[in-house]
Design a protein around this ligand. Structure first.
Ligand SMILES: Cc1cc2nc3c(=O)[nH]c(=O)nc-3n(C[C@H](O)[C@H](O)[C@H](O)COP(=O)(O)O)c2cc1C
Length: 376
């Protein structure tokens, strides 16, 4: 048994966690066509809890039957059927000793598969950069979204709130708003996708308004005790190199607005890059330590945290309270158990997500790789 810093218990926003390891949200496009989570997904999430992860954050889950869905076979939280299927998953995860938070996601202009609507919406009619994501079934350029009206914005907020209520019914310990990686909330925050002239556009204090309003609306509906985290990132799935134009000054305004709105924790994603490459803001401060300092909230750091020396440095240096692990968890669903027993980690092989990021594809790929390593 090692005494690695990552194995120390922590209390985050009312949740007592046995260690500092969280499973990062990962879209697996493996739900039924109507968005109902499957038995295969239940087993997938249970495996992380059995492997010792203190917290499981689910894949991005759509929030309404209008424009929120991003991918075909993405799970939803918009019906009683969804609630009862998720309840089975939360029951398994909690029975294995972990806590579980549902990531709520509105794809906005980055929607590439939505049975409810053919069009897409966004803060402004700006065609998204780059191309759709093949691992989630997309190809070619994105359509130009329709600019959201005030009524569209109200409906989107209503979808987040109703979904948070359903998440509590389904047994989740909390929700995390997907404000990262280029999806709707991040489209509002980003200067080049938000050209609005109303109170949601212009300076960064206005561009973070929608996310803050969603936090406050969920808080008002569900009370002080319910966990409402927010995930943010500078980079995006369709623009890895993006950085907040005002650097640390923007970051301060963003973190303060979310804390004032009643967020429980902040989760800083490092889309496609390691934390070490993306964490430094101007002045040398790390984005995660600035988030802790300005907001006074617990902060989750992300990006290559399966490198355990980086993980220990981030925690012991006061840069974050928790670490979320994506690719390292795909390769090692039992990563915390391995760390506690000083066992080596498997290396992540990106072919498990090719050609699609589905659970069944990964299973077949892994079986094939094992056969190559240990031929019968
Ligand atoms: C297959 C896959 C799906 C992902 N889906 C989501 C998602 O639904 N929501 C989200 O916020 N981030 C998503 N991400 C980003 C991860 O949460 C994480 O930020 C990224 O993999 C970097 O962390 P890592 O270095 O530990 O892998 C996804 C990443 C992968 C590999």
């Amino acid at each position: 048994m090692t005494n690695h810093h990552t194995l120390l218990p922590v209390r985050v926003g009312g949740l007592d966690l046995p260690n500092r390891f969280a499973v990062a949200p990962m879209t697996r496009v493996s739900a039924a066509p109507d968005g109902t989570p499957t038995q295969e997904m239940a087993e997938y999430y249970e495996r992380y809890a059995e492997g010792g992860f203190g917290l499981v954050i689910t894949e991005g889950t759509y929030t309404d039957t209008v424009n929120s869905q991003g991918y075909l076979n993405q799970p939803g939280i918009v019906s009683a059927t969804h609630v009862s299927a998720w309840r089975e998953i939360t029951g398994k995860v909690r029975a294995a000793g972990s806590r579980i938070v549902l990531q709520l996601m509105h794809a906005g202009a980055l929607s590439q598969g939505n049975p409810y609507r053919a069009d897409t919406v966004g803060p402004s009619a700006v065609r998204p950069r780059a191309e759709m994501l093949p691992e989630y079934g997309g190809s070619g350029s994105w359509p130009t979204p329709r600019e959201m009206t005030g009524a569209d914005i109200e409906a989107a907020i209503g979808g987040f709130v109703a979904s948070a209520v359903r998440a509590r019914e389904a047994g989740f310990d909390g929700v995390e708003l997907h404000g990262a990686n280029g999806y709707l909330l991040d489209q509002f925050l980003t200067d080049y996708t938000n050209r609005r002239a109303d109170s949601y556009g212009g300076p960064v204090a206005n561009r973070i308004r929608l996310t803050a309003e969603v936090v406050a609306a969920i808080r008002a509906e569900l009370g002080a005790g319910f966990c409402v985290g927010v995930r943010l990132s500078q980079g995006k799935v369709n623009d890895f190199g993006h950085r907040w134009p005002g650097g640390a000054a923007d970051a301060r305004i963003i973190f303060a607005a979310l804390a004032a709105a009643g967020a429980t924790y902040l989760h800083i994603a490092s889309e496609g890059r390691d934390w070490i490459e993306t964490a430094r803001l101007d002045g040398g401060v790390t984005i995660t330590s600035l988030a802790r300092q300005v907001s006074g909230l617990p902060v989750i750091a992300n990006g290559g945290m399966h490198d355990l020396s980086q993980a220990a440095q981030v925690l012991s240096g006061g840069h974050a309270d928790l670490l979320s692990i994506g690719r390292g968890a795909l390769a090692n669903p039992d990563l915390p158990r391995r760390v506690s027993r000083s066992l080596p980690l498997e290396t992540y092989d990106r072919r498990i997500l090719e050609p699609m990021a589905t659970l069944s594809n990964a299973r077949q790929r892994l079986q094939g790789m094992r056969r190559l390593r240990h031929p019968a």
